[in-house]
Design a protein around this ligand. Structure first.
Ligand SMILES: *Cc1c(COP(=O)(O)O)cnc(C)c1O
Length: 468
C-alpha cells in the first residue's frame, strides 16, 4: 500500500452532497455534509453513502483499457457470484470452512501436477495474497535452509540471493525485509534479463539461491531457467556449492504449461526447489491470490510451518497474513474446473495471438523498434526507432492516455539506463477488436507526434510510469 500521509489542508471542504441524495425529502435528508478526513459525527442512510462512494470512484480508469497491468480485470459473472458468496469466509478458519480448505488443497495438487513435480503427493504448497507474499515465503525457506547448512557460520556470515536486475520489486523487498544481500546481474546490450553464466559467477558459499523469472516484467521475456540450472550444475562440479533455484513464475507459470510445453523450466529440473505464480495474473482470477509450491517437504524447513485447528486435529500453514478472504481461492478452483487444460490453452493462445498481432502492427508503423514480440509472455516492449527525434516514449504514453489507454513508459535499469520503452500487456478481455482500436488510436497520434519540435514530456512521471 502507498504510505498515506494526513491531509495537507485539514480544513478542506467536506464531501459535497447532492440534495437529491437525502431520503424522501431532498431538503431534509442531509442536515450536514460529511467531513473528508474525520469520521462523521452522525450516520447517514445507506443509499446516500452508497451514492457518495460511487461518485468518488467515477474517475477511476477503465480497467479493461489498462495495458499496464498483468492482473486480471475480467471474469465471468458466475465467478463473480461465487466470490460474492464466499466473501465472508476467512481462509485461516480451516475448522470453520473445511470445504474451502479442501478446494485450496486441490488447487495446490493441480499446480504440482501442472508444474511436473516428480512426486505430486510429496510437493507442498499454499495459497497467498499474491506472488509477492509467495516470493517472501519462498525466499524465507531458501534462507532458512542455507542457515541450517551453515549453522557454524551464521549469524555472522551475510547471506545473499542472486537474480537479474530485471526482477520484480518484491525481490528487493524480500532482501531488505529479511536482511539478505541482493546480487543482481545487470543487463548488457540486447540481453534484458539474467545471464546464466554471470549468475553462477556471482554465487559463493553465502548464496541462499538464485531466482529465475518466467517471465520478466520489463519486456515479457522468459529467463533461461534450464540453462541457469546447467550453469549451477557446472558450478557444483567445480566448487561443490549446491545452489537451489526458485522460479518466479508470477505470469509465465500459468502461460508456459499451456503454450510452451516443450520448454523445461519447472520441477522437471532437479535444481528447482520452489515455484510461485499469481493466481490473479494469467491464473485468470480477480486480485488477491497467489501460489507458492515446494518440490518436497525437505525444501520447506519444518520450523517455518505453523499449525491451526482443523477438524479436531491441526493443519500446517505457511503465510505472512493470518486472516484472508476465501473468495479468491474458491474462484481459482472454479476457473481450474471450468477451463481445464484445454480451456486454459485456448484462452492463453488467443491472448498470445492478440499480443503478437499488435506487436507486428506496431513494428509495421515504422516509428518503433520492438524489443520483444509477445511470443513468450503475451506482452511486448518497444522503443522509438533510431531516426525518431521529434518525440519519445514518454510522449506516446502521455498521448495514449488521452484516449483512455494506459501504456507505461519507463527507463531500463543497469546497464541499459540509456534505453526507455513502452510496454503493452495483453490479457484475456483485451480482445482482437479492442486491439484494433488501440492500433488505430496509436496510428492516429503519429502525424502529430512527428510534427513535435522534440520530446515534450518534461515530467516523465506524469506519463504512466506504473508497471508491475
Ligand atoms: C507481478 C509479479 C510479481 C508480484 O506479484 P503480485 O501477485 O502482484 O504480488 C512478482 N514477480 C513477477 C515476475 C511478477 O510479474
Amino acid at each position: 500500500m502507498p504510505l498515506h500521509r494526513g491531509p495537507d489542508a485539514p480544513d478542506e471542504r467536506p464531501v459535497s452532497v447532492n440534495p437529491f441524495y437525502g431520503l424522501a425529502n431532498p431538503a431534509a435528508g442531509m442536515t450536514e455534509a460529511p467531513p473528508k478526513h474525520r469520521l462523521p459525527d452522525a450516520p447517514m442512510p445507506p443509499s446516500t453513502a452508497h451514492q457518495l462512494v460511487r461518485d468518488e470512484l467515477m474517475l477511476d480508469g477503465n480497467s479493461r483499457l489498462n495495458l499496464a497491468t498483468f492482473v486480471t480485470t475480467w471474469m465471468e459473472p458466475q465467478a463473480g457470484i461465487l466470490m460474492a458468496e464466499c466473501r465472508d469466509k476467512n481462509m485461516i478458519d480451516k475448522d470453520e470452512y473445511p470445504r474451502t480448505a479442501e478446494l485450496e488443497r486441490r488447487c495446490v495438487a493441480m499446480l504440482a501436477d501442472l508444474w511436473n513435480a516428480p512426486d505430486p503427493a510429496a510437493a507442498v504448497g499454499c495459497s497467498t495474497t499474491g506472488s509477492s507474499e509467495a516470493c517472501m515465503l519462498a525466499g524465507m525457506a531458501l534462507k532458512r535452509r542455507w542457515a541450517r547448512r551453515n549453522a557454524d557460520r551464521y549469524p555472522g556470515a551475510r547471506p545473499n540471493l542472486v537474480m537479474g536486475v530485471n526482477v520484480q520489486v518484491c525481490w528487493d523487498k524480500f532482501c531488505t525485509f529479511w536482511e539478505v544481500e541482493a546480487r543482481q546481474v545487470p543487463m548488457e546490450g540486447d540481453r534484458f534479463h539474467l545471464d546464466p553464466r554471470a549468475a553462477a559467477e556471482l554465487c559463493d558459499e553465502n548464496t541462499i539461491g538464485v531466482v529465475g523469472v518466467l517471465g520478466s516484467t520489463f519486456d515479457g521475456s522468459y529467463e533461461p531457467v534450464a540453462e541457469l540450472c546447467a550453469a549451477l550444475d557446472a558450478l557444483q562440479e567445480r566448487t561443490g556449492l549446491d545452489v537451489p533455484v526458485h522460479v518466479d513464475g508470477a505470469s509465465g507459470g500459468m502461460i508456459a504449461p499451456f503454450l510452451d510445453e516443450d520448454l523445461v523450466w519447472d520441477f522437471r529440473l532437479p535444481r528447482v526447489a520452489s515455484i510461485n505464480t499469481s493466481g490473479h495474473k494469467y491464473g485468470l482470477v480477480y486480485p488477491g491470490v497467489g501460489w507458492a509450491l515446494w518440490r518436497d517437504a525437505e525444501a520447506l524447513p519444518e520450523e517455518l510451518v505453523f499449525r491451526v485447528n482443523y477438524l479436531g486435529g491441526d493443519m500446517p500453514t505457511f503465510a505472512l497474513n493470518f486472516s484472508r478472504p476465501g473468495a479468491q481461492v474458491v474462484a481459482q478452483y472454479y476457473t481450474f474446473l471450468r477451463l481445464g487444460r484445454e480451456g486454459y490453452r485456448a484462452v492463453q493462445q488467443s491472448t498470445r495471438d492478440v499480443a503478437r498481432s499488435v506487436a507486428d502492427r506496431v513494428a509495421a508503423l515504422g516509428d518503433f523498434r520492438l524489443l520483444t514480440r509477445g511470443d513468450e509472455l503475451p506482452a511486448f516492449a518497444f522503443t522509438t526507432a533510431e531516426d525518431v527525434t521529434a518525440y519519445d516514449v514518454f510522449d506516446v504514453s502521455r498521448r495514449l492516455r488521452e484516449r483512455g489507454w494506459l501504456v507505461p513508459a519507463y527507463t531500463f535499469p543497469a546497464n541499459r539506463e540509456d534505453l526507455s520503452v513502452l510496454r503493452v500487456v495483453c490479457r484475456n478481455g483485451f480482445s482482437a477488436d479492442l486491439a484494433d482500436l488501440f492500433v488505430e488510436d496509436l496510428t492516429r497520434l503519429l502525424p502529430e507526434l512527428r510534427r513535435q519540435p522534440g520530446p515534450l514530456t518534461r515530467d516523465r512521471a506524469a506519463a504512466t510510469g506504473f508497471h508491475h
